[in-house]
Ligand binder design. Structure first.
Ligand code: FE2
Ligand code: NI
Length: 504
């Protein structure tokens, strides 16, 4: 048995350590460790309920908008406002969430993941016409190669012209992401920590100018998705077909759903553009989401608080001295099972539920790439799902922006804040299912629990010793050279882990 450690895994969000036990070059067992502790849940106790919507955004510098929305949903419910959100408030929240998701997916693919498949060293010495590549080449010749090295040396397979084209898109994507961030700022205020999302709706005003500014930027983002992002993902999928079989995971998928289409107060019954659901079993059967089935286990985590607690009465008492623990990430489970969350879960669940547009996108992609449905449960499936979801949401936002009504109200105010109440805010961050659970006593926060997407995907083992989704996805992988385990980081990065959100 040989032990392999990757610490930290670079080009992800936040610090993650991976340990793998190899036997004959094959991963027998893998362990995901979140070694950072934050304590945001503890800081929130005893504070004003409205503080939660501001402070939980600080859990993460990249996923802040998702926390803003989850907290607002929990507070909507606690304040009794969930059923009366005005249309402008609901639509603005969707445009904010959608813009955030687009910039996040583009960042994941072009700034973080694509370097695993494209050899950027080919840009060194470039003297052609592409100004973006010349700029990159200049940085490299000046010794500024920190963006690209050190790296594990991958088995780069794309021919030079295609590699250069994607490298050029890597630079172009920065500008496209800026457009998406500006879209977010039009209705959300400054990013990363928005000031517009608020219990009862959103605070920005709606004007024809803002709608036009939003749609203009969106058109440019959509063009990039259609002409570059989708094509680049297909190119990588064609060159690396073995990654259709690698990184499979637990094959249980969970989505809380996001992008609200009505104001049904019960979030599990609210109509959403991306659907809630649970998909698992031998033939992947779709089930309705039942949030009472969620519990966080801490049998192998550095906590001495109770295990298997539902987040509505969860506890956070850290204990780094615990010798059987190996992570500050708890292990959320659904009906006792480890689940994968994220774009792949959302796309598979929407497809199983018969979502028209998703079915057409998935079927078109699979026929282009000559693959069947089961191939999506893989490293490449995650990248493909992220690209398809970007297209779906960007296209939908063009229609939603026209639903805004200038001059109409954007929020409803509570008559008075409750002395005692509770709320659940379940939605989806770009990386997957995100839930906030809050209890108010004597007018102040008595308990606040966050379960973030990477807690599901990069959880340690649970009380029964069952691995988390990423740990499972690494098992069985053949590593050609343990000193250069590029296969493993490709699998880990396909999940788009965010450890800041996992630990909070
Ligand atoms: Fe938590
Ligand atoms: Ni995050």
């Amino acid at each position: 048995m040989q032990k392999l450690t990757i610490d930290p895994v670079t080009r992800i969000r936040g610090p993650l350590r991976i340990e793998a036990d190899l036997q004959g070059g094959v991963v027998r067992e893998a362990r995901c460790t979140g070694g950072m502790f934050r304590g945001l849940e503890i800081m929130l106790r005893g504070r004003e309920p409205l503080d939660a919507q501001r402070l939980t955004q600080r859990i993460c510098g990249m996923c802040s908008t998702a926390h803003s929305l989850a907290a607002a949903l929990a507070l909507d419910q606690a304040f009794g406002l969930a059923a009366s959100l005005p249309r402008n408030g609901r639509v603005m929240r969707n445009l904010i969430a959608g813009s955030h998701l687009l910039q996040s997916h583009l960042a994941h693919f072009y700034q973080l993941a694509v370097l695993d498949y494209v050899d950027f060293a080919l840009v060194d010495g470039y003297r052609g016409r592409d100004a973006r590549l010349r700029h990159l080449a200049e940085l490299m010749s000046g010794g500024e190669v920190a963006h690209f090295t050190p790296r594990y040396e991958g088995d780069y397979r794309l021919p030079r012209p295609q590699s250069l084209e994607i490298a050029s898109h890597h630079v172009e994507a920065l500008g496209v992401r800026r457009e998406a961030q500006e879209m977010l700022a039009i209705f959300g205020g400054p990013t990363p920590h928005d000031t517009s999302v608020f219990p009862g709706g959103a605070l920005e005003t709606v004007t024809p100018d803002k709608i036009a500014a939003f749609r203009g930027r969106l058109e440019r983002v959509r063009r990039f998705i259609d002409e570059s992002y989708l094509e680049d993902v297909w190119a990588i999928a064609r060159a690396y077909p073995d990654y259709f079989t690698l990184g499979r995971g637990p094959e249980s998928y969970l989505s809380f759903g996001m992008l609200d289409l009505d104001s049904e107060p019960n979030l599990t019954r609210r109509r959403r553009a991306l659907l809630a659901g649970v998909l698992d079993g031998k033939v992947l059967t779709l089930g309705a989401l039942d949030p009472s089935q969620i519990a966080e286990e801490v049998g192998r985590s550095w906590y001495r608080s109770g295990s298997k607690l539902h987040p509505s009465h969860g506890e956070t008492v850290a204990d780094p001295s615990r010798s059987d623990g190996y992570s500050f990430v708890k292990a959320p489970r659904y009906a006792g099972r480890a689940c994968e969350v994220g774009p792949l879960a959302r796309i598979l669940i929407a497809d199983a539920a018969g979502h028209d547009r998703v079915r057409r996108l998935v079927a078109g992609t699979l026929s282009t790439l000559r693959r069947d449905m089961s191939a999506l449960r893989s490293v490449l499936g995650r990248h493909i799902a992220r690209a398809l979801e970007s297209k779906l949401i960007a296209d939908s936002m063009a229609e939603w922006a026209l639903e805004l009504r200038p001059g109409e109200p954007t929020r409803v105010r509570p008559r008075r804040q409750p002395r005692g109440a509770s709320g659940m805010g379940i939605t989806e961050a770009p990386q997957g299912a995100l839930g906030h659970w809050l209890r108010i006593e004597d007018g102040l926060i008595a308990s606040y629990q966050v379960v973030g997407p990477t807690a599901w995907n990069c959880s340690p083992r649970d009380d029964r010793g069952e691995p988390g989704a990423c740990e499972r996805a690494l098992e069985g992988t053949k590593v050609r050279d343990p000193r250069n385990p590029f296969e493993l980081v490709r699998i880990v990065r396909s999940f788009d882990p965010c450890l800041a959100c996992a630990v909070h």
